[in-house]
Design a protein around this ligand. Sequence first.
Ligand SMILES: [Zn+2]
Length: 419
Amino acid sequence: MPGSGRAKPVVLVVIDGLTPSMFEAVDTPALRFLADQGEYRRASSVFPSLTPVCLSSIATGSYPDVHQIPHLVWWHGDEHRLVEYGSSFGALRAAGLTRGIRDTIVDLNAKHLSPHAETVFESLEGSGLETAAINITCYRGPHRHLPALPGAPAVWGPKRFFFYSLYESDQTGAPIAIRNRSLGSIDAYAASIGRWLVTRDGFDLLVYYLPDYDFASHAFGPDAAHDALRRSDAAVGALLDAAGGPDAFLERYAIVVCSDHGQSKIDAVSRLEVDGRLVTASNRAAMIYTDEPRRDATGLDADPSAGIVVWLENGELVARRDGDEDLALLDTVPNGRVRAEAALRNPNAGQVLVSAAPGYEFLDLAGRHHVGGGSHGSLEVEDSEVPMLTVGLGTPPASITQIKPLIVDHFRSAGARAA
Ligand SMILES: [Zn+2]
């Protein structure tokens, strides 16, 4: 149990795809309580504003130039093949332990995530603290975990590690995380594990990742997935209850509540193609692998689905939209210059990055889209702003890349006080 110098344990709640406007209007009990107790701001995501990129940024406190996860789908130069992380975990799981599921679950952490980017789990466990993660896909840590299913590889994660029933460091009695997300079953699984961990005071940091909201928001559109938000709230409420109620929870824990990216409404799709080039596209971002970036970027001037197009020329950032070439275009979107440049300086990224125009989505490899619903990935404000609430941790960070340093500093300063 806590010594006098022990910092309050921290719970980091990531509600995938939750927009600031939806959070600010929240009237569900757990999130409303926390919002009323804490400090809040709108913060910016990274580019592309897609979950594997964003969760890697949250876990490592870095942009894609450092962690090197570039997109949902990208060209693996060394292995001469596409990596496809999939938008839907359920679809991947249903398909079995194929290449895609191995890339998404295992290799993102074991191979694709740069060894030079330290995760919050590695950082805290290296200082003797105990970390826990539920369902977050960027989880690399110092402890080896065997799979619950035969044939899946062992993985390295935080001490307490729970991943969609596939990896479980402890027997908690949680139900199987079945794949029908429309029933909200993934967040209910998380809640069951979270309750178990809080009851045992079993961590210094718990990363509590709730994916169901994003799934619903893709289907119904941004700011319409009220049922899904109620389920996310119930999953957060389960932690508060396990601590003995909301006030008792805040006596014991500091908390961050945020999302990884926003969403915008989709009413048109486009198949982005560039002659002779490999294009990887999904949701609202595309990458062109090319040795002639200017030629290919200017070739998109008349394409209504292409919003801001960025590339590097003699090492310098260039931004263009509809034939207008001006870096100031990036000042019209949140933290645009920093996010665009960091995305391009990722060695796994294409040489031209395309942020979709408002309302547009790019067809992915499977021809999937979300017309009539929501999507994300672009530099535009709707995709790029996230709610950021802290309780007991001071000023909320302005970027999802600043969450890890905030948490590490929280423990470091408590350690310094104790010394
Ligand atoms: Zn999504």
